[in-house]
Design a protein around this ligand. Structure first.
Ligand code: FO1
Length: 321
């Protein structure tokens, strides 16, 4: 099972899907980024994961669909409609269908399942909750709804804190509970920890539930050589007074983790991380590199699970791959 949000998470999810038997992967996806736009219910991270698992993603951006056109967006601009969020014409069909189903009272979990089946995806894609949880970014310019911070303001405001409105009353779905019961390994994808993984962990009981699972929990660092692989993670670390380092990510997840995957560029940091570490190449440029990283993460998870059954010396395994 993987927890994912954003492009980095979707890329590793595609690698895990390729490395595992068909239908074996479940991805729990951040919905804190969801919002209403043009009267439609938009779920950017669910769609990014679905498009990447269906291999129809736009390779230039990682989000949206390959070969999409923007005729409707241009027409909306002419009508004075909102044009800061670039919805493509093909992508629009997904938002229209999702909104239609949600208005009929169908839960987001079922809607997401219908969409992934239509795209021929065999992996299970689960929204983190069926109830609304909305990421609110507290900045030096005031509180900004997530997409206003991320897309409209291009992550420029200085971040003070991030909160998840509705998380206290949101609950884990039955589908997530069942998937957690069956999981052999939990992978925290190289997504932004503050904006993509924390919203998932904020949903009622998720953190506690994960902590008590016997399955190993492995995070893959989204920071390589002092830079974020994509997006504002490094900038946010500076603004919130943290060192820009994979260690900050490992410390952030704390006692949730059983293992941590570090890029070879940061190999010297392995000693400073409190859980067993796997050092490998974490850069994902094509399906081959995504699958290779996924296989390394799965093998590491197996090692950790074996160590759990048969206690190993402290700090082991700490492997160069
Ligand atoms: N990200 C942008 O930076 N600019 C956009 O105009 C934009 C449009 C968009 C449309 C559909 C979709 O599914 C995603 C889109 N994204 C866009 C990406 C998205 O807002 C972010 O990647 C995530 O919310 C962060 O994980």
């Amino acid at each position: 099972m993987a927890l994912a949000g954003g492009v980095g998470g979707a890329k590793l999810a595609a690698g895990l899907q390729a490395a595992l038997p068909p239908g074996a992967l479940t991805v729990i996806v951040n919905t804190g980024d969801d919002f209403e736009h043009w009267g439609l219910h938009i779920c950017p991270d669910l769609d990014t994961v679905m498009y990447n698992l269906a291999s129809v993603e736009n390779p230039a951006t990682g989000w949206g669909r390959r070969g999409d056109t923007f005729t409707t967006l241009a027409a909306m601009e002419l009508l004075g409609g909102e044009d800061w969020f670039r919805l493509g014409d093909l992508d629009l069909a997904v938002h229209l269908r999702r909104t239609e189903w949600l208005r009929q009272g169908i839960h987001l979990t079922e809607v997401t399942d219908r969409l992934r089946r239509a795209f021929g995806v065999l992996s299970t894609i689960l929204p983190m909750s069926d109830q609304p949880v909305r990421t609110l970014v507290h900045t030096d310019e005031g509180d900004l709804p997530f997409q206003h911070y991320f897309v409209r303001r291009r992550c420029e405001p200085c971040v003070i804190d991030v909160t998840f409105v509705g998380a206290d009353s949101a609950t884990l779905t039955d589908a997530i509970q069942h998937a957690l019961d069956r999981a052999d390994l939990i992978v925290l994808c190289p997504s932004n920890p503050y904006l993509s993984i924390d919203p998932i962990l904020s949903v009622g009981g998720m953190r506690r539930r994960l902590r008590h699972l016997r399955a190993p929990k492995v995070a893959v660092a989204p920071i390589v050589g002092g830079r974020a692989l994509k997006g504002p993670a490094a900038k946010m670390m500076v603004e919130m007074g943290h060192e820009v380092s994979p260690r900050t990510v490992a410390d952030h997840y704390g006692d949730l983790l059983s293992g941590f995957v570090l890029d070879q560029a940061d190999a010297e940091m392995a000693e400073a991380i409190d859980v067993p570490v796997m050092v490998t190449d974490t850069i994902m440029s094509d399906l081959k590199s995504k699958t290779r990283l996924a296989q390394t993460v799965l093998d590491f998870g197996l090692q950790l699970a074996a160590g759990h059954r048969q206690p190993a010396p402290k700090g082991s395994p700490e492997t160069q791959s």
